[in-house]
Design a protein around this ligand. Sequence first.
Ligand code: SAH
Ligand code: SF4
Length: 419
Amino acid sequence: MPVIIDNVAVSEAHGDAEAAVAGEPAVTSSHQPTLAGLDRSALKSKLADLGVPERQQRMRVNQLWSWIYVRGATSFDEMTDISKSLRTDLARAYTLDRPQIVSEQVSVDGTRKWLLRLTQQGHERSAPEIEAVYIPEADRGTLCISSQVGCTLNCSFCHTGTQRLVRNLEAEEIVGQVLLARDRIGDWPEADGPDDGGLIPSSERKITNVVLMGMGEPLYNADNVARAMQVVSDSDGISLSKRRITLSTSGIVPEIGRWGEEVGSMLAISLHAVRDDLRNELVPINKRWPIAELLNACRHYPGVSNARRITFEYVMLKGVNDSTSDAKQLVRLLAGIPSKINLIPFNPWPGTRYECSDWAQIERFAEIVNRAGYASPVRTPRGRDILAACGQLKSQSEKLSARARAISGAADDTAADTA
Ligand code: SAH
Ligand code: SF4
């Protein structure tokens, strides 16, 4: 996915500087299961497995909760209000590990990208890898997290769609990405930020928003994603408001209403085309749930209002979906749905048959959308020097061709010149 945020100046991202690779982050490996990322009921059953009496379990869960999610504890030793013998038992059976960092890259614009290794499950031949990306701005920070390893859907312009799905992420692996990002950027009380000079926002909290826009289709792993978001939004823990969590979906219509009822985060829809024939090609799940059904689910999304708009993502593909008549049709289609529109410059990857629209064409398209009352719809890609587009890290480690780098760089220059 492209890492995108509201219009911001990106000129500092276009120097000659190569992406900095941060100093070796500590990695751990262990066969004991982690408690970091679990919800209350899972923590309770882990305590029960250790023989903690039923009458104590609730209190112990609350203690663990506060250590893990308020203070960011990474060892049981820190938990001074828990008896030494229970701490010893906990440390023998469990860890507080986060996903393991394989690499951390810091863009010249401060965007940080982690390649993360998950714990290998019984049937897996190797430990699967996922990505998470942090996008800082002056006064807020957005964390983009993954919900699956790869994706079963095959959107033709998305690199993740070319990767084989290995599996759904467990709820704790989804929460683990948030914990790990908070560790790395010092987003715990009294924690120090990184010393690599990367931008960290001045806001009290360094992660102010979470977007489910990394690898995978979150509504195909809805139960685990929902459990994870309940942990992340719990007001006695990380306490990130549901209004600051955005789930992006390619349009799994039957799950949209349920997600709204049960979790009620903000919603983003990967629309990308205004006609079914084209959307069938770009986002093939459209053959199952076509545009009219998708928009109907959006109209009925619980809590949707002018104050809680649905975001429609629209990737700008040269000569494919970027005509001014597409723009007019887009505006007509969304009439009556409280919406925002994000025009996303296509982020090319090696082997793709698409190109990003010319900047002049993006502007013409944006102008029509603007005139219809949608403000500042073009999102600025961030972290392109580190290919901070989820699903693209592995292609980088496979060494991008010079041509692909040139395309990526050229797209950035265009964006910088006209932003
Ligand atoms: N599977 C979900 C969420 C992950 S993709 C979904 O499809 O919504 C997040 C966003 O990035 C989607 O809007 C997706 O269409 C878009 N995207 C994927 N690859 C892209 C690329 N190469 N350039 C621009 N946008 C891309
Ligand atoms: Fe990529 Fe999202 Fe489509 Fe999956 S659903 S292939 S992650 S754009």
